[in-house]
Design a protein around this ligand. Structure first.
Ligand code: NAP
Length: 337
């Protein structure tokens, strides 16, 4: 199955891999970027045939360009949303564009007669603000009122909820579903890398003195793009929600994989842990660290069983994605080992 699709945020990591896979399958792609000044650079990074993709300038925060971008499209993959590497001063810097952008993309898609709309949400919209450790599923929602839930998790939760409410009230025949990925790793597409790559970079370049007791589940960007394609093309996707992630792992395990697989190139990867009280002290001076101290020692596993059962989807082993991320950072000269 192919057609014409709008992929929002063509300059992004996940969108880039999705565009590559769609182009390889013969889709015609429209994509939005904030400024057409970046079109040559983004085209070069994507490396797809020029005739298969068209660029449109559109920002999540205003209507200009959206009608043109979605005209003639049967499908939308709404991937764009703010995902900064550092903590923001005001949570609305993330919440407002995430929510308004999703609603804007939905409004224009519906007006253009789009039949399938797949939104990239996050495990951040599922697994936070709850006491105790358990395995989360698509039935769970992050509690944005709970203490310690960071601005990014709030932005993803509020945007997904707003999108689902909008679709229930106004969506008509347009099918809507979300993909909720865990931490996305894999080869970089350009030197402008996603925030999720940052922790592998910091482990490799020696800028962290040890492992905090923090962890996450990993999903490979290539497999995640494939999950998006499946959700775009499988029958009967209305109101579906798919977690895309592998097993939960602690940062120490990531470090062990790097040292084992990269040998001397991983010589700056720490070998020791950072005690929780040291991290809490560091958090007094560093807002980014403050955002994660509530996560120390927590396990937030999320099950991808639903994607396996309904779409036949699985992510490759996390070790492969971790090593490919590291190799890509080294090969591009972003990390000097
Ligand atoms: P990314 O590379 O930073 O991509 C984010 C994209 O959103 C970029 O194209 C960015 O454009 C665009 N964007 C941000 N604010 C915008 C605005 N106001 N107007 C228009 N475009 C805007 O990150 P990614 O990893 O590919 O993330 C893509 C999606 O996946 C996001 O929705 C993110 O929340 C979600 N996600 C990511 C992960 C992960 O670990 N990477 C995990 C779960 C969910 P610019 O290039 O102009 O900034």
């Amino acid at each position: 199955m192919t057609g014409t699709i709008l992929v929002t945020g063509g300059s992004g990591y996940i969108a880039g891999y999705l565009i590559r896979q769609l182009a390889a399958q013969g889709w015609k792609i429209n994509t939005t970027i904030r400024s057409l000044k970046r079109e040559p650079e983004v085209r070069a990074a994507l490396g797809v045939p020029g005739s298969s993709i068209r660029f449109f300038a559109a920002d999540l925060m205003n209507d200009a360009g959206w009608a043109e971008a979605v005209a003639g499209c049967s499908h939308v993959a709404h991937v764009a949303s703010p995902f900064p590497p550092n903590a923001v001063k005001d949570e609305n810097e993330l919440i407002v564009p995430a929510r308004e952008g999703a609603l804007r993309a939905l409004r224009f898609a519906s007006a253009a007669g789009v039949s399938r709309f797949v939104m990239t949400s996050s495990v951040a919209a599922i697994a936070y603000g709850h006491p105790g450790d358990r395995t989360y599923t698509e039935a769970d929602w992050t509690d944005v009122e709970a203490p310690g839930v960071n601005a990014y998790a709030k932005s993803k939760t509020i945007a997904e909820r707003a999108a689902r409410e909008w679709v229930a009230a106004n969506g008509g025949a347009m099918e809507f579903c979300t993909i909720n990925p865990s931490a996305v790793l894999g080869p970089l597409m350009s030197d402008d890398y996603s925030a999720s790559i940052e922790f592998v970079k910091r482990l490799l370049d020696g800028s962290v003195p040890g492992f905090p007791r923090l962890g996450f589940a990993v999903v490979d960007v290539r497999d995640l793009a494939d999950l998006h394609v499946r959700a775009l093309t499988a029958p009967g996707m209305a109101n579906e929600r798919f977690i895309g992630g592998g097993p939960f792992m602690m940062m120490r395990e990531v470090g062990e994989i790097l040292r084992e697989r990269l040998g001397p190139e991983a010589r700056k990867v720490p070998t020791r842990g950072i005690p929780d009280f040291v991290l809490r002290l560091m958090a007094v001076f560093d807002n980014s660290i403050r955002q994660v101290t509530g996560e120390l020692g927590r396990t937030r596993a999320a099950s991808s069983e639903h994607a396996l059962v309904v779409l036949g989807w699985e992510s490759r082993p996390a070790a492969e994605s971790i090593v490919d991320t590291a190799r890509s950072l080294i090969d591009r000269g972003i990390v000097k080992v």
